[in-house]
Write a new protein. Structure first.
Length: 308
């Protein structure tokens, strides 16, 4: 009888737990008539006030044309397979305006040797045969400045002494001092470089040096050396729009300085919503599986449980 009593009490507890779960599910479910409707978009979350004397850049921002496939023909890399199939079918894709606004032709002013190197990288972007053919972004590595500005959503925070920029992908962030501290030693090279900022009226001006040049501007292989010097200008033109401009100098690679421009729009995330990182990890091994076998077969490491 004692054993039967234990089983009965356990059975009753199980039934009570099941009934409670059903009730919670019913209370939490919307009426049937409403289940097919999409929820109305939430208004943007109110932004914290900027420190005195600073324009308010705070909040979440999205580039108007996202993606870092090609700086001179902006688009994402995720639809590349569809593009290849359409090209083989004879369909012509309409190019988007280049992010390069100076020179006026929208092209990057490479020195001859650099143009030849970029052509090789671009030729092998869909059929890499060497590790250096693979874009650093495929390995979850930071793209540097200005590439990360177009890679993913951006969150900006401001204090009296610094502007903080956090990307939603690849663990990328920047802390931009505003206190006139000296630059670091030019021999120190960093993925996102060393930034120093100040305000000119309504514009945040950021001087970026000390990049290690291990990243690229895009997937098609546009690149610079570790002598690159970038001057960014972040100008809010209304509460929901920022004009972004970057002037790029590198006498090692380019024949002249050149400038890119883009528009960022405020992300429509509601108050209280968390900013989740779309994390990728450094050394991500799927990049190795992108290397195809050439005439001399190459052993391609694979993640356990996958095929080369």
């Amino acid at each position: 009888m004692h054993a039967i009593g234990i089983r009965s009490r356990a059975h009753r507890r199980l039934l009570r737990a099941f009934a409670a779960a059903v009730m919670l599910a019913m209370l939490g479910s919307p009426p049937v008539a409403a289940q097919g409707r999409r929820a109305a978009p939430k208004p943007p979350a109110p932004q914290a006030a900027a420190p005195a004397g600073q324009p308010n850049l705070q909040g979440d921002w999205d580039p108007e044309n996202t993606g870092t496939f090609d700086l001179t023909d902006p688009r994402t890399g995720g639809g590349r397979l569809d593009e290849i199939l359409n090209e083989r079918a004879g369909n012509v894709r309409v190019r988007k305006p280049s992010r390069v606004v100076d020179p006026p032709d929208g092209k990057i002013p490479y020195q001859p040797w650099a143009a030849a190197k970029q052509a090789v990288l671009g030729e092998h972007m869909d059929s890499p045969t060497l590790p250096e053919h693979i874009d650093s972004q495929a390995r979850c590595l930071p793209g540097g400045v200005p590439r990360e500005m177009f890679h993913s959503q951006l969150r900006i925070l401001q204090t009296k002494d610094a502007v903080i920029m956090q990307q939603s992908q690849n663990h990328v962030f920047r802390v931009i001092p505003l206190d006139n501290r000296p630059a670091i030693d030019p021999r120190i090279k960093l993925w996102m470089g060393d930034s120093r900022g100040h305000f000119e009226g309504n514009t945040l001006v950021v001087d970026v040096r000390n990049q290690n040049a291990k990243g690229r501007f895009d997937m098609v292989g546009n690149f610079a050396s570790d002598n690159i010097h970038v001057v960014e200008r972040w100008t809010p033109i209304n509460p929901t729009t920022i004009n972004y401009e970057a002037r790029i100098e590198d006498a090692t690679v380019f024949t002249r300085p050149w400038t890119i421009r883009a528009t960022l729009h405020r992300g429509l995330r509601g108050e209280g919503e968390e900013y989740w990182e779309d994390a990728c990890h450094e050394g991500e091994r799927s990049a190795e599986s992108m290397i195809i076998r050439s005439a001399a077969p190459v052993a391609v490491p694979t993640t356990p449980g996958t095929q080369p």
